[in-house]
Design a protein around this ligand. Structure first.
Ligand SMILES: NC(=O)c1ccc[n+]([C@@H]2O[C@H](COP(=O)([O-])OP(=O)(O)OC[C@H]3O[C@@H](n4cnc5c(N)ncnc54)[C@H](O)[C@@H]3O)[C@@H](O)[C@H]2O)c1
Length: 250
C-alpha cells in the first residue's frame, strides 16, 4: 500500500479509543508519525503500543483538550518528535443525555468544553506550526446530530453544529492565506464495534447505551474542505447526512 503520510506529523485527539484510535492506527499505517493525545494515559499508551507493534511511529501525550497548557504541550511535543505539524484530527468528544431542564449546568459546560473549545485550542496552537510547513489539513469530527438530531442530547447536538460552523469559519480564515491548507468536518451516525469503543464512554456519560453492538457504520460524509461553500440540503439532512458542495479550494 502506498504510504500517503510518510514524513508527515499528525495529531489525533481522543486517540485512546474508538474512532480516534482507528484514525491514529490508519495514519501510522500510511507512514505518518502520530501524536496520540488522550486524557486517559492507559488508553493512549495502548494505542501507541498497537502502532509500535505494527512497525509504526507514535508518541503519547497526555492531554486534556480543554486546557490551553496541555494543548500547547501537545503541539510542542509533536514538533519535537516529528519536526512539525501537518495534520490535526480533532476527534475527542463526549455526550451526556438529559433534558435541558434536568441537565446539570456542569454537563453542558463539559460537553461544550471538550467538543468545541478543545477544537478551538488545538487549531489555535497547531495552525501556526502548519503555516511554517506551507500548509496542513484539519479534520474536525462532528456528528449526524449536527444536522438531524433527537431529544435528550441538546448540549451534544449544539456542540456538533457549532463544530461545523467553526470549521467553515476557520477554513475561510485559513485558506485565504497563501499557505496551502484544507479543513473539513466529518459527520457520522452511531458507530460501534471493534473500532468504535462505546461501553466505557456510555458509563461515563458517553455515547448512546442503545448503540448497536455489532460493527456498524451507518453514514459518514465529509462536510467540507478548503474554502468551500457549504450547503447542507434539507433532503440529506433529513436522511441524517450532511451534503457538501465544493465551490473553491483544493
Ligand atoms: N461513536 C459514535 O457513534 C459517534 C457518532 C458520531 C460522532 N461521533 C464522534 O466521534 C468522536 C469519537 O467518538 P468515539 O465513539 O470513538 O469516542 P470514544 O468514547 O470511544 O473515545 C473518545 C476518546 O476521547 C477521550 N477524551 C475524552 N475527553 C477528553 C479530553 N478532555 N481530552 C482528551 N481526550 C479526551 C477519551 O478518553 C476517549 O479515549 C467524538 O467526537 C464523537 O462525538 C461518534
Amino acid at each position: 500500500m502506498a504510504e500517503r503520510f510518510t514524513n508527515k506529523a499528525i495529531i489525533v485527539t481522543g486517540a485512546g479509543n474508538g474512532m480516534g484510535r482507528a484514525s491514529a492506527l490508519a495514519f501510522a499505517r500510511e507512514g505518518g508519525g502520530v501524536a496520540v493525545a488522550d486524557i486517559n494515559e492507559a488508553d493512549g499508551l495502548g494505542t501507541v503500543r498497537q502502532i509500535a507493534d505494527a512497525g509504526g511511529r507514535a508518541i503519547f501525550v497526555q492531554c486534556d483538550v480543554t486546557k490551553s497548557a496541555d494543548v500547547q504541550r501537545l503541539v510542542a511535543a509533536t514538533v519535537d518528535a516529528f519536526g512539525g505539524v501537518d495534520v490535526l484530527h480533532n476527534n475527542a468528544g463526549v455526550v451526556t443525555y438529559g433534558t435541558v431542564v434536568d441537565m446539570p449546568e456542569e454537563d453542558w459546560d463539559r460537553v461544550l468544553a471538550i467538543n468545541l473549545k478543545g477544537a478551538f485550542l488545538t487549531c489555535k496552537y497547531a495552525i501556526p506550526e502548519m503555516r511554517k510547513r506551507g500548509g496542513g489539513a484539519i479534520v474536525n469530527t462532528a456528528s449526524v446530530q449536527a444536522f438531524a438530531t433527537q431529544q435528550m442530547v441538546a448540549a451534544y447536538a449544539a456542540s456538533k453544529s457549532a463544530i461545523v460552523s467553526f470549521t467553515m469559519s476557520t477554513s475561510v480564515a485559513t485558506v485565504s492565506r497563501p499557505a496551502r491548507s484544507r479543513l473539513g468536518s466529518l459527520s457520522s451516525a452511531v458507530l460501534s464495534g471493534p473500532e468504535a469503543h462505546t461501553s466505557a464512554h456510555c458509563q461515563s456519560g458517553g455515547h448512546s447505551p442503545q448503540a448497536p453492538r455489532r460493527p456498524e457504520y451507518s453514514s459518514t460524509e465529509k462536510t467540507g474542505v478548503g474554502g468551500a461553500r457549504w450547503m447542507p440540503s434539507a433532503a440529506s439532512a433529513a436522511a441524517g447526512r450532511a451534503a457538501y458542495t465544493r465551490t473553491s479550494g483544493e
